[in-house]
Ligand binder design. Structure first.
Ligand code: NAP
Length: 322
């Protein structure tokens, strides 16, 4: 007999774990699939100073361990594995984990998050959390009066660079072409900022370090081939995110970038009984607290749905009214 669950939650970032806490407290005994990066992106950062309730800050992994323990306390159960495929064509849904473990679920909460794209250059992955960051909001504060680099030419890079000038002594935007992808308004804002310097039409080669923390970024000038070293204490990689939706194989409606579309103010997706929360459906805010909030909404939507309330219909009606 295949294991059947009333609620299956895919992913254990703040969205998935908050959904698990709420669903467990509603007596729905959620079954949670924890992937290769348990705790999600927060486990890649160090101290979190903007999650309400922790005036002295809290380490990312500790916050996630706490959320997990809280979900377990109310009866959530976990399995470790990678969701390889799902069949959403009929209920109960069918979920395959690690290619071979099969489960049935009456409802699904997709909270598989998004992953920051990385450059894939020497030194980068080893120095994450020691000068290399993918999150200005999380880590900007640690670079007070220090020179840093932001890599990327899109809106995120402009926004992060502008934000980081509040802390850093200087911010150098490093971009692989001589024209930016960012919208005009974001470019203009960055160009008007005196703390921002530009290294355009260069290709990042490696992140430099003193063995412990970042000391610079080596770049190659695309026109002259010259290799230059930019001395900085921090390298912020802002070259975009990818929502983790591959396993869905096109069964849920997504936007042009691949983020799952939700309806109205709810977490309802294009398939009845499937709900989405956290970074996998949020290209905009991407904060631990917003992800947690959306996880709460998903669990409440599931509860209503299982009671026979057509969350999908009212969310559609509501969306139409807006
Ligand atoms: P994006 O628009 O895809 O830009 C990514 C940037 O990174 C591009 O400049 C790209 O270079 C560069 N890049 C990609 N891969 C690279 C690599 N391997 N090495 C070096 N550079 C690389 O991503 P985004 O800036 O995160 O924005 C995503 C979406 O969110 C966009 O639609 C954006 O408008 C939106 N957004 C809006 C706001 C806002 O309005 N406040 C803020 C942030 C984001 P190329 O240009 O050469 O491809």
């Amino acid at each position: 007999m295949m294991e059947n669950h009333r609620v299956m939650i895919l992913g254990t970032g703040p969205a998935g774990l908050t959904a698990a806490i709420y669903a467990a407290r509603a007596n729905l005994q959620p079954f949670v699939v924890e992937g290769n990066e348990p705790g999600g992106q927060l486990t890649l950062t160090t101290e979190i100073e903007n999650f309400p309730g922790f005036p002295e800050g809290i380490m990312g992994p500790e916050l996630m361990d706490n959320m997990r323990a809280q979900a377990e306390r109310f009866g959530a159960t976990f399995t470790t594995g990678w969701v390889t495929s799902v069949d959403l064509s009929k209920r109960p849904f069918h979920v395959t984990v690690n290619e071979s473990d099969e489960y049935e679920a009456d409802t699904l909460i997709v909270s598989t998050g998004a992953s920051a794209k990385m450059l894939g250059i020497a030194g980068e992955s080893e120095l994450v959390g020691r000068g290399v960051s993918t999150c200005a909001t999380c880590d900007g504060f640690f670079f007070r009066n220090k020179p840093i680099v932001v890599v990327g030419g899109g809106d995120s890079a402009m926004e992060e660079a502008t934000f980081l000038t509040k802390f850093a002594s200087s911010v150098t935007i490093v971009h692989r072409r001589d024209t930016l992808r960012a919208s005009k308004v974001m470019q203009e804002r960055a160009r008007a900022n005196e703390k921002i310097k530009w290294e355009l039409d260069v290709t990042p080669q490696s992140v430099l370090s003193n063995g412990k923390t970042v000391t610079g970024l080596e770049v190659k000038d695309n026109k002259t081939g010259e290799i230059r070293q930019i001395a900085v204490d921090g390298v912020f990689v802002a070259i975009g995110h990818s929502p983790n939706t591959k396993f869905l194989n096109g069964q849920l409606e997504v936007d042009e970038v691949g983020y799952i579309k939700t309806q109205g103010v709810t977490s309802a997706t294009s398939v009845q009984g499937v709900f989405a929360c956290g970074d996998v459906m949020d290209p905009r805010y991407r904060q631990a607290i917003t992800a947690a909030g959306s996880g709460c909404k998903a669990a409440m939507d599931v509860e209503k749905f299982l009671e026979g309330d057509s969350v999908h219909d009212w969310s559609m009606a509501e969306a139409a009214q807006r």
